[in-house]
Design a binder for this molecule. Structure first.
Ligand code: FE
Length: 203
């Protein structure tokens, strides 16, 4: 997860594909708001919040871990985690990635029984996350597991090893699917998952 090594002042990272690469599941319009406005706002807020504080000397990963334990740094935690979560999310998708294969396919089968069972469980978790948050595939105790987090929270803050993430904040799908989060997650699982990124993260 090299994005956690960045230092202030943080910059909005470039998308790893064109704005319209994920259409029609995620339209260029959604991407332009989500990346250009939402993600950018987290970057700008973070830079403003840490200016002149000891947090300005740390890497993004260090900021997330330290602020997670600091009751007076809730804004810093929320914005730093959202910066990292969104960068990780952009890389979790790729319109050309296709079905899981090789080592990651084997790991999904060992942990969930089959790729289909994984998809069912991931969809249920993502749809069941009440309100804003994230659905993650993580490596845990030598297996793969599904976790959800609320708002800005991230496995990175708790020593977890994320492989993939789906953003289930409404801003991720509302322009394309309105309130139909289950349809968005289904299409996301079928068409957008970047399995080579997940396999790289598995290490
Ligand atoms: Fe988002």
């Amino acid at each position: 997860m090299p994005f956690d090594q960045d230092k202030a002042p943080f910059e909005l990272p470039k998308l790893p594909y064109a704005d319209d690469a994920l259409a029609p599941v995620i339209s260029a319009n959604t991407i332009s708001f989500h990346h250009g406005k939402h993600h950018k706002a987290y970057v700008d807020n973070l830079n403003n919040l840490i200016k002149g504080t000891p947090y300005a000397e740390l890497t993004l990963g260090e900021i997330i871990k330290k602020s997670a334990k600091d009751d007076k740094a809730k804004g810093i935690f929320n914005n730093s985690a959202q910066v990292w979560n969104h960068t990780f999310y952009w890389h979790s998708m790729n319109a050309k990635a296709g079905a899981p294969a090789g080592k990651i396919k084997q790991a999904l089968q060992d942990s969930f029984g089959s790729v289909e069972e994984f998809q069912k469980a991931f969809k249920a978790a993502a749809v069941g996350q009440f309100g804003s948050g994230w659905a993650w595939l993580v490596a845990k105790d030598g297996k793969l597991a599904i976790e959800t987090t609320s708002n800005a929270d991230t496995p990175l803050a708790h020593g977890g090893k994320p492989l993939l993430v789906a953003d289930v904040w409404e801003h991720a799908y509302y322009l394309d699917f309105q309130n139909r989060r289950p349809d968005h997650v289904q299409a996301w699982l079928e068409k957008l998952v970047n399995w080579s990124f997940a396999e790289e993260n598995l290490g």
